[in-house]
Ligand binder design. Structure first.
Ligand code: FAD
Ligand code: NAD
Length: 465
């Protein structure tokens, strides 16, 4: 059995793991990364990137369909669009392939050694990797667990046949006529919306009393309204119970306790993601856990010296950019730099239609934290750029500390607002006050002007409303 010794070993090459390995390589650490499937992890192969590619296809299809139906207010007409979903999936797979190659090239550039295979701990300093050519032993001073997450499977709706996970949904080569979605969270609504635009009759079954329970009602209301306009039926407070014996309908219990049958060609189950720790040999270690997730401190350290954990395997928020930021930090810690988690916020973006962005504290969260706040909310209906894009729904909302004017949070819902998340995050990270945002010249006409106006409104002197 060949043995490798290194300074840093990263298990899992998702956004957390590969960023960690690249940064460690840049810092001159002798680094090895182990990946059992494809470089890029869930995000690049079956998550963020492929889902956004398919959402784009659906948006383009919808635009063409609107033109064909004479529904544009500016007189654009077209003939009815046709989509070859196989070609769309091949296009999406091509993007994924290019990014896979890109990650491999970046790792090589940083002189990171890539080992393909499944890693299993033998002890706190040693991992055995099952590779195609047999087991390899890797000994490392520091080990980073970045094994990510996988879809939660409901025991009464196991994946297989017509019951699919997000991975299955992103590989469909035909649009299902009727799609039932169990779980009205991020994935269910992003993909449910896309399939509705592509012509599927979509029904969403959500156990809670609202869709996207992570966001407040003000932010989700425009999304709920647009889902209704798309013909998506949303059943709240409803629980999936299983499939009919023929596998052609989903059985649910409605909020009122009645049994209902939802005819469906495919049932997409998106009820959250669970950490991937099976077969990792955690029983050989003494790690404190948070339920099924690995417990970490502010340096992503676990309860065992020399073992860090980053990304989805450490729990919510399960977002690629959080995993990347943790990965970068841990690499710098391994190189002896003085680092700890000092971020003020982790932006959250939901790529529904309209999109939702939340950065920092919402008014409710600030209130719960006992903070005295002032807020400003500026509607896109009064924003020239939104009007010229025919996307007047939604708003930007700003939350600031009443006495100091320090911006605590910025949220938005509207078409294209995902691209505003970075400036919102920057403002909070830099400790901006309302005056800072109000006093920054925002280019005209842009959606970003709504943030400036929201700040002005919180200060009591908005101009355009
Ligand atoms: P992962 O990306 O899951 O990577 C873990 C890697 O570890 C995998 O490649 C796995 O094969 C490997 N691995 C596991 N066990 C072993 C082992 N024993 N040995 C070797 N290798 C192993 N997040 C966003 O921020 N924005 C989005 O728009 C977004 N969209 C999403 C859409 C979908 C459909 C899904 C499913 C997820 C989405 N996410 C999104 C979430 C995002 O994908 C995750 O937060 C992110 O991938 C987590 O990164 P990670 O590095 O922790 O783990
Ligand atoms: P989620 O936690 O966003 O939503 C799951 C939903 O399923 C919740 O609303 C929950 O109430 C509901 N639910 C749970 N059990 C149910 C049941 N038995 N019947 C009906 N409803 C039920 O989870 P997800 O959509 O699977 O996404 C997983 C993770 O992936 C998210 O936590 C998120 O961090 C990440 N993600 C992020 C993005 C993004 O950043 N844009 C996109 C997709 C996924």
């Amino acid at each position: 059995m060949t043995e490798i010794t290194c300074k840093l070993l990263v298990i899992g090459a998702g956004p957390g793991g590969y960023v960690c390995a690249i940064r460690a390589g840049q810092l001159g650490l002798d680094t090895v990364i182990v990946e059992s499937t494809k470089l890029g992890g869930s995000c690049l192969n079956i998550g963020c990137i492929p889902s956004k590619a398919m959402i784009h296809v659906a948006e383009e299809f919808e635009k063409a369909a609107h033109a064909a139906a004479g529904k544009t207010p500016f007189g654009l007409t077209a003939s009815a669009p046709k989509l070859d979903l196989k070609q769309a999936v091949a296009w999406k797979d091509g993007i994924v392939q290019r990014l896979n190659n890109g990650v491999a090239a970046l790792l090589r550039k940083s002189k990171v050694k890539i080992v393909h295979g499944r890693a299993r701990f033998r002890d706190g300093k040693t991992v055995i990797v099952e590779t195609e050519t047999g087991p390899r032993t890797i000994k490392a001073e520091t080990i980073v667990i970045a094994t990510g997450s996988a879809p939660v499977e409901l025991p009464f709706l196991p994946f297989g046949g017509n019951v699919i996970s997000s991975t299955g949904a992103l590989a469909l080569t035909e649009v299902p006529k009727r799609l039932a979605v169990v779980g009205g969270g991020y994935i269910g609504l992003e993909l449910g919306t896309a399939f509705a635009k592509l012509g599927a009759k979509v029904t969403v079954v959500e156990a809670q009393a609202s869709i996207l329970p992570l966001y407040d009602a003000e932010l989700t209301a425009p999304v709920a309204k647009h889902l209704a306009a798309l013909g998506v039926e949303v059943l709240l407070g409803a629980k999936a119970r299983g499939m009919t014996p023929k596998g052609n309908a989903l059985l649910i219990e409605t909020a009122g306790g009645e049994e209902k049958r939802i005819e469906a060609d495919k049932v997409l189950v998106t009820v959250g993601r669970a950490p991937v720790t099976n077969g990792l040999g955690l029983e050989e270690l003494v790690l404190d856990m948070d339920g099924r997730f690995i417990r970490i401190g502010e340096r992503c350290e676990t309860s065992m010296r020399g073992i860090h954990a980053i990304g989805d395997v450490t729990g919510e928020p399960m977002l690629a950019h959080r995993a990347m930021a943790q990965g970068e930090m841990v690499a710098e810690i391994a190189a002896g730099l003085p680092r700890a988690w000092d971020k003020r916020c982790i932006p959250a973006v939901c790529f529904t239609d309209p999109e939702i962005v939340s950065v920092g504290l919402s008014p409710e969260e600030a209130g719960k934290a006992g903070l005295e706040i002032k807020t400003g909310k500026f509607p896109f209906a009064a924003n020239g750029r939104a009007m010229t894009r025919h996307g007047e729904q939604g708003f930007v909302r700003i939350v600031a500390q009443a006495q100091t004017q320090l911006v605590l949070g910025i949220q938005a819902v509207g078409q294209g607002v995902s691209e505003l998340s970075s400036t919102f995050g920057l403002a909070i990270e830099m400790g901006a006050t309302l005056e800072d945002i109000a006093g920054t010249i925002h280019a005209h006409p842009t959606l970003g002007e709504a943030a400036q106006e929201a700040a002005l409104m919180a200060l009591g002197h908005a101009i355009h409303i």
